[in-house]
Design a protein around this ligand. Structure first.
Ligand SMILES: Cc1cc2nc3c(=O)[nH]c(=O)nc-3n(C[C@H](O)[C@H](O)[C@H](O)COP(=O)(O)O)c2cc1C
Length: 218
């Protein structure tokens, strides 16, 4: 059976924090399937410049050089091109995705107009993860922006009714103590049972969906 490659990318600056932990959890959930190989990338500390809309990718792109800008995104873009399931995980910042993640997503424009394959991400599977501090302060809008990126690339994204979400995994890391103070425990997201269950179910479905799509392509 062909290996399903799962690439998880998260954009939190906090090492081993909430978003990193949930991304790792998602990859482990997928790797329960013996036919799955996983890799995780943390964007923090990497040099990833803005897409400058030079349109170089439309004219000069090659399989080895996808974008005119040579920085840490060069290798990441190739890994995105070569994976089967892309997990994008971001902390919620001001009700939207983080700047780091937005920057990387903008660079994937080289896959929508690239000379080496228009819609090169078509028929991959995408799973969105957003971790916010609060239950109702931007998790859904953040997931929506990640999903729009998947849709723009003509990717597929799984939904599982029993996971209790319509779109990706929305997780909460905030804790309000009885005395009204916030705790800033680093991995509090791992107490969000709904999010963990949704992650497990969505990753299982993502692997099933990817297998179905690869079978269709064979
Ligand atoms: C600049 C900034 C803006 C934030 N804005 C929001 C927000 O709008 N809604 C929310 O629920 N949490 C917000 N948070 C909290 C983070 O989303 C939350 O703490 C998350 O768990 C961080 O994940 P991490 O531990 O992986 O970095 C914000 C945090 C920062 C640093």
């Amino acid at each position: 059976m062909e290996t399903i490659k799962v690439l998880g990318i998260h954009s939190s600056p906090v090492k081993d924090g909430n978003t990193a932990s949930l991304t790792q959890y998602a990859l482990q959930a997928a790797a329960v399937d013996p036919g799955v190989a996983t890799e995780m990338i943390a964007l923090a500390g990497l040099a990833i410049g803005d897409c400058n809309h030079c349109n170089w990718c439309m004219r000069k792109q090659t399989p080895e050089k996808l974008c005119s800008i040579e920085d840490d995104a060069s290798e990441i873009l190739k890994k995105i091109r070569d994976c089967d399931i892309l997990v994008l995980a971001t902390p919620v910042y001001f009700t939207r995705l983080s700047g780091r993640m937005a920057c990387l997503i903008d660079r994937t424009r080289c896959f929508t107009f690239g000379r080496q394959g228009h819609t090169a991400l078509r028929d991959k599977v995408g799973v969105a993860i957003a971790v916010g501090w609060l239950r109702n302060f931007g998790i859904e809008s953040t997931l929506q922006s990640l999903h729009n990126a998947f849709l723009l690339h003509e990717m597929w994204t799984p939904a599982v009714h029993h996971a209790g979400v319509a779109c990706g995994v929305g997780a909460m890391a905030g804790k309000l103590g009885d005395d009204g103070t916030f705790s800033d425990r680093k991995r509090a997201v791992m107490d969000d049972a709904w999010a963990l269950s949704a992650t497990t179910q969505l990753m299982k479905k993502a692997v099933e969906t990817s297998r179905m799509l690869k079978g269709r392509q064979a």
